[in-house]
Design a protein around this ligand. Structure first.
Ligand code: UTP
Length: 291
């Protein structure tokens, strides 16, 4: 079986739920304390053994490209101050995380359509998809957890979590049978189920590893929920045909596509931040007295 060496990060959505912040900037560039969401995601992919990453872009392409490029003027200035050596190292390292490529999704027609823009880049290999607005923090990169499942079972893998009955309407619902160690065999799924349509409260959250056959399925996938070409609809065909592995992953997921998710990610990252963690905790304690 071919090794999973490539990843796709779709980052071309309009981010209408976090306007006006996303009027000119992709939501994937929203910072969590001092690091843009997409850097967490690229770091997760790199820590999972991914060598080549394709970011699907739309507007704000320049910002994304600049972030993962070298910044000679800034580096020169930081190099003049020995006290800034750790920051300089951090800044240079960003451009060495992985080989990053970009392609534009010419029309914003949904996540499935965005992933289908990666066909030539993927060139017949299995690959990971990391949704650009889902940041997952934890002890072990979730992308790596899914790659392991893919390699063990030889089947596509999706990262799942149990969600509330209210949230299942916004996500997907999976038909599963338990295997071992938080893994399930998935044989069917539905995107944004209407009441009565759900199989379970297990939803795909932000990560999957797919075989290259998904592209032929995506070519035949018409518009689904919301009039968009849904990746879930293509994965549904794959799950029904071959089965997929659902992995109840270890990690906390933050949805950077909605305002509450952005704040939760920021607050929790700030509490654990080596520079400001302690002061921020103190500030929150004081603030909580007034609530
Ligand atoms: P979402 O559906 O959350 O993105 O897609 P959106 O369209 O930006 O959401 P709204 O406007 O706030 O409702 C999940 C991921 O897929 C990407 C998004 O950038 C996000 O990372 N995406 C979505 C694309 O790349 N292309 C698309 O056509 C749709």
């Amino acid at each position: 079986m071919k090794k999973v060496r490539k990843a796709v990060i779709p980052a071309a959505g309009l981010g209408t739920r976090v306007l006006p912040a996303t009027k000119a900037m992709p939501k994937e560039m929203l910072p969590i304390v001092d690091k843009p969401a997409i850097q967490y995601i690229v770091e997760e992919a790199a820590a999972s053994g991914i060598e080549d990453i394709l970011i699907i872009t739309n507007r704000g392409k320049g910002l994304l490209e600049d972030h993962f490029d070298r910044a000679p003027e800034l580096e020169e200035r930081l190099a003049e101050d020995p006290g800034k050596a750790p920051v300089l190292e951090q800044i240079v390292n960003i451009s060495n995380l992985a080989n990053i490529w970009y392609v534009r999704q010419k029309e914003i027609r949904g996540l499935g359509h965005a992933v289908n823009c990666a066909r030539n880049f993927i060139a017949g290999e299995p690959f990971a998809v990391l949704y650009g607005d889902d940041v997952i923090m934890g002890p072990e990169p979730v992308c790596g957890q899914l790659i392991r499942a893919y390699e063990e079972y030889g089947l596509g893998a999706v990262g799942v979590k149990q969600v509330s009955p209210a949230d299942i309407r916004k996500y997907s619902s999976l038909k599963v049978e338990p295997l071992a160690d938080g893994r399930y065999r998935c044989t069917d799924m539905v995107e944004k189920p209407r009441p009565g349509e759900e199989f379970s409260l297990l939803s795909i959250l932000g990560r999957c590893v797919l075989p290259p056959e998904i592209f032929d399925i995506l070519d035949k996938t018409g518009p689904g929920a919301g009039g968009e070409i849904q990746l879930t609809d293509a994965m549904k065909a794959l799950a029904r045909r071959d089965g997929m592995i659902a992995v109840d992953f270890v990690g906390t997921r933050y949805d950077m596509g909605n305002k509450l998710g952005v704040m939760q990610a920021g607050v929790e990252a700030a509490l654990h931040h080596p520079e400001i963690g302690e002061a921020f905790r103190e500030y929150l304690r004081e603030l909580a007295k007034e609530l």
